[in-house]
Design a protein around this ligand. Structure first.
Ligand code: ZN
Length: 160
């Protein structure tokens, strides 16, 4: 109860630069990893790209987020394979854009794991990929329950 209440509250606050969110859910053989971040954390700006350098930075952030192995390290024994990846970037043609001056990028990876019981924890690699991230607010929901955790460059393990 406490977790869902605080989550609902957080979603109504403006995003905080330096902070990102990670949600991990395990149900049966399915593992879902959802990452959402202020764009500033990923590329250092939140406006539509104005130069080739900015377009390249955006494209590179997309490539990193689309590779689940670039954002987390999973236990090899779990034998997980990606079924589906959905990336949302703010300046796509289909996007309505933002009036707030802020922008976010998010990705959802859905994986199928042959041995989900081996999913005891994961290590986030996001701090190496995006040094502007100083804190990740993580949540996991698994047969072991629902837990919230604060990850930092010194605490990169999330137990599942
Ligand atoms: Zn912002």
């Amino acid at each position: 109860m406490l977790l869902s209440a605080s989550t609902a509250f957080a979603q109504h606050l403006p995003h905080e630069h330096g902070v990102a969110e990670l949600r991990v859910a395990i149900a049966g053989n399915t593992l879902q990893i959802e990452f959402e971040s202020p764009l500033d954390n990923l590329v250092g700006f939140e406006h539509a790209p104005r130069s080739d350098a900015e377009r390249m930075a955006l494209a590179q952030a997309e490539v990193i987020l689309k590779g689940v192995e670039r954002i987390v390290t999973l236990p090899a024994k779990a034998a997980c394979a990606v079924l589906r990846t959905e990336l949302e970037q703010p300046f796509a043609e289909s996007s309505a854009g933002s009036d707030s001056g802020h922008a976010e990028m998010s990705v959802v990876h859905t994986l199928q794991c042959a041995t989900p019981s081996a999913l005891t924890g994961l290590e986030v690699r996001l701090f190496e990929q995006f040094p502007r991230i100083r804190e990740i607010r993580a949540e996991r929901a698994s047969p072991r329950g629902q837990v919230a955790a604060k990850l930092t460059p010194k605490q990169r393990m999330l137990s599942l």
